[in-house]
Design a protein around this ligand. Structure first.
Ligand SMILES: Cc1cc2nc3c(=O)[nH]c(=O)nc-3n(C[C@H](O)[C@H](O)[C@H](O)COP(=O)(O)OP(=O)(O)OC[C@H]3O[C@@H](n4cnc5c(N)ncnc54)[C@H](O)[C@@H]3O)c2cc1C
Length: 314
């Protein structure tokens, strides 16, 4: 099932297998494939890393499909969607059915002893970006939309609404800070290579903090916007002669109904869509970061300090 080498030739290798959840692969010029986990001796065929151009012979992309995909197919106007200008992050199941990869595109082939460090370097870079940058950008949209929703309904000065907004900012910026720290504390790896990698600890903390914090941000935004976020009628009713007047009368607040509906739809996308599990699992579910954190933390040094404070001499 995992992508692996099925034939070694003098000019390259033939690979078979599949990769789930490939974000945007169908639209990218190239896909870079690395092993899915650290490997042991005897698993050399799975220790393969390479670059493959889009739609190379033998590759099939099977796109994701969910309620938001169905909604997009039905929408008459993109502004009836929750993220009209950028859409969903589309992933696909990418199948490699005996794909030929020429030697010049193969970066690893059987060197299983390096698979762990390859994954670790990929993971800490991805976790720094995914946790402390990408999702912080998502949070900026959610916080902005939640503030607008509060202003549209006139609750923005209520102490608990201000507190909810402030908590959203606190959670998001803590992850943002970890990403910046991971970059600032990055090191040349390996020394002399000219390649700089983020700090392992802060990169992982950025991701794990976001994984937990994003659910909280979603919950706080859901509280502020109210039940309309999941009960709102269709934008089509604003054009339906039988319902238009009712919609305009009963859905208006400090702003006309359509404006309120648009910001509510944005929040529906972020709080009642795909983003909770997407944020949790993207860049590895939290257990993967817990393992990395435990490894990266210098526990010996912490023990040394504690012993010194306690006056313990071994
Ligand atoms: C929106 C999105 C976009 C993504 N984009 C990409 C992409 O572009 N490229 C890419 O390669 N990947 C991508 N991924 C994949 C992502 O890295 C994985 O989803 C993530 O690593 C979790 O793996 P999984 O989905 O197989 O879940 P699983 O690993 O099956 O995890 C499910 C649960 O099982 C537990 N579990 C897993 N293994 C064990 C074990 N051995 N023992 C005990 N418990 C275990 C986990 O801790 C978790 O609680 C994306 C994922 C998402 C959600």
């Amino acid at each position: 099932m995992y992508v692996h080498v099925v034939q070694r030739r003098s000019d390259g290798v033939i690979v078979r297998g599949a990769k789930l959840h490939q974000s945007g692969a169908f639209a990218a010029h190239e896909t870079v494939v690395i092993p899915g986990g650290a490997l042991r001796k005897g698993e050399e065929d799975y220790g393969v890393a390479f670059a493959v151009p889009n739609s190379a012979k033998g590759i099939t992309y099977i796109l994701q499909f969910n309620p938001l995909s169905a909604e997009r197919e039905q929408a008459e106007d993109i502004f009836h969607l929750g993220n009209p200008q950028f859409g969903q992050r589309e992933t696909c199941l990418m199948v490699f059915d005996d794909v030929f990869i020429p030697n010049e595109r193969v970066f690893m082939c059987g060197e299983v002893e390096f698979s762990g460090s390859l994954i670790q370097r990929f993971a800490k870079t991805h976790r720094m970006n995914c946790g402390g940058a990408c999702k912080v950008g998502f949070a900026d949209i959610i916080i902005g939309a939640a503030q607008l929703a509060a202003e549209y309904t006139g609750t923005e000065k209520a102490p608990h609404i201000r507190e909810a907004i402030t908590n959203m900012i606190r959670i998001s910026e803590a992850s943002h800070a970890c990403a910046i720290a991971a970059a600032v504390k990055g090191k040349e790896e390996p020394p002399g290579s000219g390649v700089y990698m983020p700090d392992d600890l802060f990169g992982n903390v950025a991701k794990i903090s976001t994984a937990h914090g994003f659910w909280q941000i979603m919950a706080l935004a859901g509280d502020i916007v109210g039940g309309l976020v999941v009960t709102m009628p269709s934008f089509k009713e604003l054009k339906n002669p039988a319902t238009k007047g009712y919609m305009e009368k009963y859905l208006k607040a400090a702003v006309p109904a359509e404006k309120r509906m648009r910001v509510t739809k944005v929040l529906q996308n972020w709080t009642a869509g795909l983003h909770g599990p997407g944020t949790w699992h993207g860049a590895g579910s939290t257990q993967a970061q817990m393992i990395s954190l435990h490894r990266a933390a210098n526990l010996e040094e912490k023990k040394r300090i504690a012993k010194k404070i306690a006056g313990i001499e071994d």
